[in-house]
Design a protein around this ligand. Structure first.
Ligand code: CA
Length: 233
């Protein structure tokens, strides 16, 4: 497996590379976001991405990758105690995060999890549905492959989009509050800014709804949160 490390602190980057190579993988280091984006075009199996970088930051790097349809799994390294960074990272399209400073064993476990992305998605999402797909509004959500298929079109979803979708589907017909979503899906505390969830909902609606501005599937419950309504019922 080939791992790209986008990290400006040389001692951290070198330490990560050493440990990744000790696991039998290959690793390359990019000391800033621009270089990272250039190198990423060569194709990697996973990207380790620091948030605070000289020039363009980690969020912009993630966003640029996703915009150019690069869905390589991204593990983001965030500063400790910054849940807003975590949310911003998920919005930008990252798949997992690790607060600095971190334990190398945990880093490797997370990285290996991302490399086994499909297994990870099965483990991380609940198992209340038989099979790994869900049909809605003529579209197929493929949880294991992180895809949404509609006609001949395939849309790639991020891990967090899939987790949120699975959560809403599992709570079909129930109103779920933004705070509950923050805790259950993102694993974040209640004092975090919940607006990031709204941005995710906007994206899910674009994927699922015929008229995203008049949502019939992911409905808003004013002042509370959201309710997933399956059109089949
Ligand atoms: Ca940094």
């Amino acid at each position: 497996m080939k791992i790209l490390i986008i990290e400006d602190e040389a001692h951290i980057a070198d330490g990560l590379r050493f440990n990744i190579e000790a696991e039998g993988h290959e690793a390359e280091i990019a000391p800033d976001g621009e270089t990272g984006l250039e190198l990423a075009a060569r194709g990697f199996d996973a990207i380790v991405l620091d948030v605070m970088l000289p020039g363009i930051d980690g969020f912009d790097v993630a966003r640029s990758l996703r915009e150019r349809n690069d869905f390589t799994p991204i593990l983001m390294l965030t500063a400790r105690g910054r849940p807003e960074d975590v949310l911003k990272g998920f919005e930008a399209g990252t798949d997992d995060y690790l607060p600095k400073p971190f334990d190398l064993e945990i880093f490797l476990a997370r990285l290996n999890g991302l490399l086994r992305r499909r297994e990870w998605s099965r483990r991380e999402t609940s198992q209340t549905r038989v099979g790994d797909t869900f049909e809605i509004n003529g579209k197929t959500i493929d949880f294991a492959n992180l895809e949404l298929r509609s006609g001949g079109e395939t849309i790639h979803l991020t891990m967090m989009e899939i987790k949120l979708l699975r959560y809403l589907i599992d709570h079909e017909g129930q109103t779920v509050s933004r705070n509950t979503i923050l805790e259950d899906v993102w694993g974040l505390q209640e004092d975090t800014d919940t607006r990031a969830i709204d941005n995710f909902i906007v994206r899910l609606r674009k994927y699922l709804e015929d008229t995203p501005n008049d949502p019939q599937i992911v409905r808003t419950v004013r002042g509370v949160g959201y309710k997933f309504v399956s059109l089949k019922n």
